[in-house]
Design a protein around this ligand. Structure first.
Ligand SMILES: Nc1ncnc2c1ncn2[C@@H]1O[C@H](COP(=O)(O)OP(=O)(O)OP(=O)(O)O)[C@@H](O)[C@H]1O
Ligand SMILES: [Mg+2]
Length: 325
């Protein structure tokens, strides 16, 4: 798709299935291919259960894969061993959705943040660790004196900042941000996004930024990947996605975002999805979105559309692509 040297992460034909109950397979991620360039943010969106978290976790080797391949700087993530594996666990970090559940309540902030520094021997003395922890807290907008407190003493937004400090402590290159703002108050969400953007600029970080709603990823993403029932429906630049969305599912997600201007809001063409999201254990035949798609035709019910390139940087999986206005 692009010059291989620019890509930090290259995912091809990745599948992650879970065995659930007798002879039942849940296809959480089902044959996805994409890349993430060094220094960019790839937004990943889709409704709950479409496989965003599973995709992110499988990409960084937290989950084994069922099939396909994930390359990080050209190295197979699922084959890395010994020193290579150790190095990779430092290069790649994850920030979780729930800042309440992801931080150990029995540990002080300084212990949480210092854990990775110790594990990867990134400091030579206790004094240096202390200094690093204080610097990291200040970097994420917290007071250095907070280091001696426990996480229950903080608000959701502050806890997420601690989660970010913990991730930054090992000086990573790539961070999977798994819905880092979804659990926060709307007023705090922008602050955390701004912080992540600032850190990205200063440190040249690469992000996979997962969210369930397109409004959350708009400002931070260079490109956006739209998932539905384990598949990629559309992947393109933010500009294309918000300006010229192709897939009916993308359009439906965009329809759900209110536009602050009442004139625009009134004239907006709304695409309403029918029914509920089907189970990934028994996904619909043909296109996975067909039973909810207002544009589905016979072909959509029988033949699965592949992800095809519409133009440079714009890939869509839809039989009706280009036919609907
Ligand atoms: N460990 C597991 N065992 C069995 N099924 C799983 C497991 N983890 C996830 N799943 C299933 O895989 C599918 C995808 O889940 P995943 O958590 O990746 O979705 P998601 O897009 O991140 O959703 P959300 O927006 O709710 O976080 C879901 O149907 C989920 O129930
Ligand atoms: Mg998730």
């Amino acid at each position: 798709m692009t010059d291989k040297n620019e890509n930090l992460l290259e995912v091809s034909g990745l599948k992650k299935y879970f065995e659930v109950g007798k002879k039942k397979t849940l296809k959480a991620v089902d044959d996805v291919s994409f890349y993430i360039r060094q220094g960019e943010t790839l937004g990943v969106v889709g409704e709950s259960g479409c496989g965003k978290t599973t995709c992110g976790r499988t990409c960084i080797g937290l989950y084994g894969k069922t099939a396909g391949q994930v390359l990080y700087r050209g190295e197979d993530v699922h084959q890395m061993k010994g020193e290579k594996r150790r190095k990779f666990t430092k290069q790649v970090q994850i920030i979780f959705q729930d800042p309440y559940a992801s931080l150990d309540p029995k540990m002080k902030v300084k212990e949480i943040v210092a854990e990775g520094i110790r594990a990867h021997a990134l400091a030579h003395s206790e004094d240096e660790i202390k200094k690093r922890v204080e610097e990291l807290l200040v970097t994420v907008g917290l007071d250095a004196s907070y280091k001696s407190r426990y996480v229950h003493e903080f608000s959701g937004g502050q806890r997420q900042r601690i989660g970010i400090a913990r991730a930054l402590a090992v000086e990573p290159e790539f961070i999977v941000c798994d819905e880092p703002i979804s659990a926060l108050d709307v007023s705090i969400q922008a602050q955390i996004v701004n912080l992540l953007e600032k850190l990205q600029k200063e440190r040249g970080l690469t992000y996979m930024f997962i969210a369930h709603d397109l409004s959350m990823v708009k400002h931070i993403s260079d490109r956006v990947m739209v998932m539905y029932l384990g598949k990629i429906m559309e992947i393109t630049t933010s500009k294309n996605l918000y300006g010229r969305p192709e897939h009916p599912y993308t359009r439906a997600l965009l329809s759900a975002i209110p536009i602050p201007d009442p004139h625009v809001e009134e004239k907006k063409v709304r695409i309403r999805m029918k029914g509920e999201i089907p189970s990934p254990i028994n996904p619909p035949l043909g296109c996975r979105f067909q039973n909810r798609c207002p544009y589905a035709v016979e072909k959509c019910r029988t033949e699965e559309p592949s992800l095809i390139q519409m133009e440079d940087e714009h890939f869509v999986a839809c039989h009706r692509c280009g036919e609907i206005s």
